[in-house]
Design a protein around this ligand. Structure first.
Ligand code: NZQ
Ligand code: ZN
Length: 385
């Protein structure tokens, strides 16, 4: 196992009715800015629950944070923050709202000229406004982690800092019942691929991390498709298992002490930045190709994945790997996801632009061995055609 330091101090309130917990989480003398997206929270009762919990607080609101949140939108919140002396942010929404709020929190206390430098220069920021999160879409893990992804002029880029990790997060599976099938699928597959990017590398004998990861993958394989079936549409136990899996997939636990490979995400970000494809729908296209191109470098972990996650016991190692890749693709298809560039009407002629975006963004040595050069990324995209 590799050396690691692990910390995750986000307090989690899990279960039905837990939105009420924000009353005691946010100091009564705080000036709170409630941030949210396009309005789903007004149709499913979440907004009303937040308003009830904040009835004795002083609060303001900022809406319109779009999926794949944009710098220009997020900077508009700074005016309200300055005008009212806001000193606490409450993000109510999916990963985009939580990520966007992290950027707002960091930008509010940024002392340089342009807060975009936080992202492009990967600055070590040491202060941000405190954040609480009410999660409405289990997917990204953003509600308890230190990362965020922000887009400016088609450049979709991540940043991370411990100071933007939410102080608390409310995870109420009941609020996910209003999700469309498309967003349920996106969430399940995003969480699945977060797990894979911290698992499918090379073995360092991290038994706990591996078995935690395999448990998350199997839970998502078992309950993900059920969440789409009419007879299970209102099953809160299924929603609870998906929600907790998504948080656990990217709260730092399974990635501590093991190598990681975020190449699927970094290539996927270029597909979103350039063609505005939903985040998870880029990943379901790229991951199978990463597995195919990585058959040698990821050989042992691919065999372990085949045996332990899919219970494939027959055949040679190479056959097990092929079957595991086929089963992964079938799972994505079952979840209604695209698995090829052609499924989203992209083709060979689009690959040059994606490669040049990767180059512009410095994504030239990806993967657990930093050996995914632009040439390998091209091979991955060609394999995904
Ligand atoms: O904006 P509203 O009206 O709320 O609608 C949203 C949005 O249209 C809707 N939605 C959310 N909760 C709902 C709901 N609709 C009905 N009922 C509910 N309960 O869903 C749509 C998509 O929301 P979004 O927040 O964009 O989805 P997601 O949670 O998948 O977040 C994706 C973003 O997170 C980033 C992605 O890159 C992308 O920008 N990621 C962040 C990570 C992190 N911070 O660690 C890691 C991830 O890999 C990911 O990159
Ligand atoms: Zn993701």
């Amino acid at each position: 196992m590799l050396n690691f330091s692990f910390e995750n101090q986000t307090r989690i309130h899990f279960g039905e009715g837990q939105i009420a917990a924000i009353t005691n989480e946010i100091p009564l003398d705080a000036k709170v800015l409630v941030t949210y997206g396009g309005g789903s929270i007004k149709n499913n009762g979440v907004y009303d629950q937040v308003v009830a919990a904040l009835k004795d607080h002083t609060w303001f609101e900022f809406s319109g944070i779009e999926p794949n949140p944009k710098y220009d939108t997020l900077m508009k919140a700074q005016t309200i923050i300055k005008e009212h002396g806001v000193d606490y942010l409450l993000a109510v929404g999916g990963g985009s709202v939580v990520d966007g709020t992290k950027f707002i929190a960091a930008a509010a206390l940024f002392e340089g000229d342009d807060p975009w430098d936080i992202v492009t220069k990967q600055l070590n920021i040491n202060k941000a406004l405190p954040i609480g999160a009410v999660l409405t879409l289990p997917a990204t893990g953003s509600e308890t982690n230190t990362g965020a992804v922000v887009t400016r002029n088609g450049h979709k880029l991540p940043f991370r800092s411990p100071v933007v990790r939410p102080s608390f997060a409310v995870l109420d599976p009941a609020v996910t019942l209003s999700l469309s099938d498309r967003q349920i699928s996106n969430g399940v597959v995003d969480a699945f691929i977060h797990t894979m990017e911290q698992y499918l590398t090379y073995s360092v004998n991290g038994k706990v991390q591996d078995r935690f990861a395999e448990g998350l993958l199997q839970t998502l394989i078992e309950d993900g498709p059920k969440a789409l079936q009419a007879e299970h549409k209102n099953d809160l136990e299924i929603r609870a298992n998906i929600m907790w899996s998504a948080t656990m997939a990217l709260n730092g636990l399974i990635g501590a002490g093991v190598p990681q490979d975020w190449s699927t995400h970094m290539i996927g970000h270029e597909l979103t930045g350039t063609y505005n494809i939903d985040h998870a729908r880029t990943l379901s296209i790229v991951l199978p190709a990463v597995m195919k191109v990585g058959k040698e470098s990821k050989h042992d972990k691919l065999v372990q994945y085949a045996q332990r996650v899919w219970n494939i016991t027959e055949g040679s190692d190479a056959e097990k790997i092929d079957q595991a890749i086929e089963k992964t693709e079938a799972f994505f298809i079952n979840m209604g996801m695209p698995i090829r560039l052609s499924d989203i009407d992209l083709g060979a002629s689009d690959i040059d632009v994606l490669i040049s975006q990767l180059e512009i963004h410095g994504m030239v040595a990806l993967g657990e061995h930093q050996s995914t050069t632009l040439e390998i990324s091209r091979q991955i995209l060609n394999t995904a055609l």
